[in-house]
Design a protein around this ligand. Structure first.
Ligand code: FES
Ligand code: FES
Length: 201
């Protein structure tokens, strides 16, 4: 298999909160890359955002490339490519994983959710809504990964504390939106506590 070339990006980021949380905003964004993605050869079957898909890609291709280049889902971002920054975070069977470091062959028969699949039934995921309410994103590049990491965490720990958040979320935001993220997560935690107290869960 020819080597996978790292992206040479001509990146335009639209300053739009709705796009930054994974919701189409009608603006324009482009991420034009020239890269050799290797030869196809394996059919990888899995569930992607609620639909069965079969991708004709090498099993060792990073899931991130398969999502962006083959499935056309560009909401998941490339940052470091070495599992360090979290920009590429998606859910695999409900757990947050870094798609740049996950061979697509590993997801065969499993369930992958990307930022495009987080909202359901026309309603934003509570984390997406909190991100809008708290105006979390700045440039937005890290935010789809951040939202996917935090939504997976809150699914496991609805009443997550600030310390747990800091210990569990290792995603990097170069714009330094951490305080807004804390505020947005705190609002979700308060809402979850209130629902628990009233039994409205
Ligand atoms: S691009 Fe995957 S962790 Fe940075
Ligand atoms: S909002 Fe810019 S990198 Fe996080």
């Amino acid at each position: 298999m020819p080597p996978i070339e790292l992206p040479v990006a001509n990146l335009t980021i639209v300053s739009c909160v709705r796009r930054n949380v994974g919701v189409a905003c009608g603006g324009s964004a482009s991420f034009h890359e020239t890269r050799n993605l290797g030869e196809a050869g394996d059919m990888i079957d899995f569930t992607l955002n609620g639909s069965s898909v079969s991708l004709d890609v090498p099993a060792d291709m990073p899931l991130l490339w398969a999502l962006r280049e083959t499935a056309g889902l560009t909401g998941t971002k490339f940052g470091c490519g070495i599992g360090a920054c979290g920009a590429c975070t998606v859910h695999l069977d409900g757990a947050a994983v870094r798609s740049c470091s996950t061979p697509v062959g590993n997801v065969a028969g499993r369930t992958v959710t990307t930022i495009e699949g987080l909202a359901s039934g026309g309603a934003l995921h509570p984390v997406q809504q909190a991100w809008i309410d708290h105006q979390v994103p700045q440039c937005g590049y890290c935010q789809s990964g951040m939202i996917m990491a935090i939504s997976a965490l809150l699914e496991r720990r609805p009443g997550t504390t600030d310390d747990q958040l800091a210990a569990s979320i290792t995603n990097i935001c170069r714009c330094g939106t951490y305080e807004r993220i804390r505020g947005a997560v705190a609002s979700l935690t308060v809402a979850a506590d209130a629902e628990e107290e009233t039994g409205d869960v």
